[in-house]
Design a protein around this ligand. Structure first.
Ligand code: NAD
Ligand code: WQD
Length: 351
């Protein structure tokens, strides 16, 4: 049996791009996803892009008997763990669902891994674990802060429980990858971010306005102490992020213990800078209006990614223009996300 990398949440936005990067790099992957925020069509498109069939299980990380069955049937040596609920707003309304799914699901997964002698794990963490940072750019050794919502607290709890695991048993090697703000899509335009229901994040909201699915963009806050009064974030191309996972997997082969790395570009852009860049690049005007600050938002958040540079040999390659071109190609070729018909798009130049 071939060694297999289990990818939980591999049909989701970041998971699908990472699955493709892993397959392209020669990994044998098994995707486990309950499709609560994704769909089977994504796997079909991945198979098309990867020119291979993908082992896919429609199932839940909270289902221990399913995990036992999966770990017995496949020769899994590594797990890349994306599966999670991720809506900040929903987490404030349904905290039990978030703690059960994200924290409970991770506990379940780690139990199954340990039981089957699998000790290598890459975990999707988030810059949210820093809370409101004391200064920017954010370095890993600032330590974690106080996340502003239940979603963020699930990420911090999982980081802590994974750290405890490494301290208790030296066989574990775990990477906590702290993503900043992933945007963009695969350059084919065939896979991208397709949130179920109303989007929360800036780029899906912006592109849904541009495509006509939403009437206007709401900009939350214009009185922050930033360059133009709107919040500043570190947007990172999802393909660069996916490649960071490959680098982390390489390092875990030879270094046990807990590791944490910021995955960001090191550059911050304000909300208005994003809107205006989008308009310049696509030629489309985005109607927007200012609204009061959104609860829990912080003024500034961008990474110092130099630790990932030194220790992983990774840095983001794609700039904001590429991120916007690829986001827009995905959205305009797939106005209804994965419900749009499967057409192989030409590699369009947006301008
Ligand atoms: P996503 O919702 O697109 O992907 C998550 C996938 O996990 C979905 O396909 C969903 O169906 C699946 N899933 C959820 N619960 C599951 C369960 N119990 N069992 C099996 N599958 C389950 O989200 P994403 O943006 O791709 O995020 C991936 C990971 O990265 C998440 O852990 C998220 O918290 C983290 N993250 C995301 C961002 C971001 O802005 N997108 C930023 C930082 C961290
Ligand atoms: C970016 C900026 C908004 C929507 C969130 C999570 C974080 C991480 C990434 C998972 C903010 C503004 C947004 C809109 C707007 N996720 N905005 N109008 O809040 O930095 O991070 O996603 O781990 O944990 O908190 O990202 O894309 O929601 O917002 O003005 O319609 O865009 O106020 O300043 P955020 P975002």
């Amino acid at each position: 049996m071939r060694k297999t990398t289990l990818i939980t949440g591999g049909a989701g936005y970041i998971g699908s791009h990472t699955s493709l990067a892993l397959i392209d790099a020669g990994h044998n992957v098994l995707v486990l996803d309950n499709l609560c925020n994704s769909c089977r069509e994504c796997i079909a498109r991945l198979e098309y892009l990867a020119h291979t069939r993908i082992d896919f299980i429609n199932g839940d990380i909270c289902d221990s008997s399913l995990l036992a069955d999966i770990f017995s049937r496949y020769d899994i040596d590594t797990v890349v763990h994306f599966a999670s609920l991720k809506s900040v707003e929903e987490s404030t309304l349904k905290p039990l669902d978030y703690y059960t799914n994200n924290v409970g699901g991770t506990l379940n997964l780690c139990r199954a891994m340990a039981h089957h002698g699998v000790f290598k794990l890459v975990f999707s963490s988030s810059a949210t674990v820093y809370g409101d940072p004391v200064q920017t750019p954010i370095l890993e050794d600032f330590g974690t802060g106080k996340p502003a919502n239940p979603y963020g607290r699930t990420k911090l709890m999982i980081e802590e429980l994974l750290t405890d695991l490494c301290n208790a048993d030296p066989r574990w090697s775990i990477a906590l990858l702290r993503y900043f703000n992933p945007i963009g899509a695969h350059e084919s335009g065939l896979i991208g971010e397709d949130p179920h229901g109303r989007p929360n994040n800036l780029l899906p909201c912006l592109t849904q306005v541009a495509i006509g699915r939403l009437p206007e963009l709401t900009v939350y806050g214009c009185d922050y102490p930033t360059v133009d009064g709107t919040c500043v974030r570190d947007y990172i191309h999802v393909v660069d992020l996916a490649n960071g996972h490959l680098k982390a997997l390489e390092v875990l082969q030879h270094h046990n213990g807990i590791h944490y790395w910021n995955l960001g570009t090191g550059i911050g852009y304000s909300v208005l800078q994003i809107i205006h860049s989008f308009e310049d690049i696509t030629g489309i005007t985005v109607p927007y209006r200012f609204a009061p600050r959104r609860l829990g938002d912080i003024a500034k958040c961008w990474a110092d990614p130099s630790k990932a540079g030194r220790e992983l040999g990774w840095r983001a390659q794609r700039g904001l223009e590429q991120m916007i071109i690829d986001t827009w190609r995905w959205q305009s070729c797939n106005p209804l996300g994965y419900q749009s018909s499967f057409e192989v798009p030409a590699l369009i130049e947006v301008k």
